[in-house]
Ligand binder design. Structure first.
Ligand SMILES: Cc1cc2nc3c(=O)[nH]c(=O)nc-3n(C[C@H](O)[C@H](O)[C@H](O)COP(=O)(O)O)c2cc1C
Length: 365
């Protein structure tokens, strides 16, 4: 007896119809070229996964200062915009929809990845304890500790907001269906949100409202460009990745659920903490988030088909995102449909390299 999985039901997000509720989670693969552009291989990789209801791209820096790792792409030059246009075209021709995840790494960087060897920036001059990034040094790619950042000055914060808007303009021209603002996983916006990384005494620090100000300004600026109905936001409540330790993580998440609901953004994407060493979100936290945000709510992190369906059946989530399963199973939707066995992703090919572990995972077709 075959029953159609709730994951495979269509959904309309803020007016945009999607063919199912299986999202591909954003995943950095560090295969951009020297101009920080996605390549033809990148286009193939995403097009192979076009049966997802929505693909979210790897995090993409909005400016040179927003770069933390060697090999990640940007969306702040004409060449990058054109290269992303080719990726979008390939996904659209394969019948898919795609969101671009916009990124500024803040303190998760190193002068070797900064323009003119500059010091990385952050809300406050708080160094990470053990976060690492990849750099190209002594003729090879290596992992190094992040360098201590300097505090952003008031005007610089305003510049970053405008860089998000400009990046959104470019992404819109490249044809993206949605923009996802990366406010998760310990990068710049998350550093503003979190109590251990934001010690500012100005209007961007202190209260929950002040710490959320940068995210709100970016959401507003990007919404002016593409419309709030095309904007998603990714948060990671209780996340500890990149040395985040937020004493008000849950209060902030509920506050953002309400505020982003009021701004009528297209979706709220919750990256659960347990894939990177944190404690799993409890069902009661998920339910409270559901109460705060009435739009499309998406969860991601260590879910399989059954546990993901459970969140849909219980009306806690509207869609579910899958990361590592999507690395290894380009046809994840078809596999869910037929309860086929799943390929297992090889962590050794997550980052860097060529098509090996990127575009060569087999499909069942
Ligand atoms: C190789 C890799 C790269 C990732 N890169 C990003 C990223 O660029 N942006 C982001 O928000 N999350 C990123 N994540 C986190 C995933 O989106 C997702 O939250 C995590 O893998 C847990 O989901 P899963 O258990 O379905 O894999 C990455 C995860 C992996 C494994």
């Amino acid at each position: 007896m075959n029953r159609i999985s709730p994951l495979l039901q269509p959904i309309t997000i803020a007016g945009t119809p999607l063919k199912n509720r299986v999202f591909m989670a954003p995943m950095t693969r560090m295969r951009a070229n020297g101009a920080e552009c996605p390549t033809l291989l990148t286009a193939r990789y995403y097009a192979q996964r076009a049966t997802a209801g929505l693909i979210v791209t790897e995090a993409t820096q909005v400016c040179a200062q927003g770069k933390g790792y060697f090999g990640t792409p940007g969306i702040y030059t004409d060449v990058q915009e054109a290269a992303w246009g080719r990726v979008v075209k390939a996904v659209h021709e394969a019948g898919g929809r795609i969101a671009m995840q916009l990124w500024h790494v803040g303190r998760i960087s190193h002068s070797l990845n900064q323009p003119d060897g500059a010091q990385p920036v952050a809300p406050s001059a708080v160094a990470t304890r053990r976060a690492k990034v990849s750099v190209f040094k002594d003729g090879r790619i290596q992992e190094v500790l992040c360098e201590p950042p300097r505090e952003l000055l008031g005007d610089e914060v305003t510049v970053i907001v405008s860089q998000y808007a400009t990046a959104a303009k470019r992404a819109k021209r490249a044809g993206f269906d949605f923009i996802e603002i990366h406010a998760a996983n310990g990068y710049l916006i998350n550093q503003f949100l979190s109590t251990n990384t934001n010690l500012r005494a100005d209007r961007y620090g202190g209260s929950i409202e002040n710490r959320a100000r940068l995210l709100h300004e970016i959401v507003d600026a990007v919404s002016l460009v593409v419309g709030a109905d095309k904007v998603g936001v990714r948060i990671s409540p209780n996340g500890v990745f990149n040395d985040i330790s937020d004493s008000e993580a849950e209060q902030m998440a509920y506050f953002l659920g309400h505020s982003l609901d009021a701004k009528e953004v297209a979706y709220l994407h919750v990256a659960e903490p347990d894939w990177a060493g944190g404690a799993a979100l409890t069902m009661s936290v998920r339910r409270r988030l559901r109460e705060t945000f009435k739009g499309c709510l998406v969860f991601c992190g260590n879910f399989d088909q059954k546990s993901a369906e459970e969140l849909l059946i219980q009306n806690v989530a509207d869609a579910m995102a899958f990361g590592r399963l999507y690395i290894a199973n380009p046809d994840l939707v078809a596999r869910f449909l037929s309860a086929a066995e799943l390929n297992v992703a090889d962590p050794l090919t997550y980052y860097f390299g060529n098509g090996n572990g990127y575009t060569d995972y087999p499909t069942i077709g």
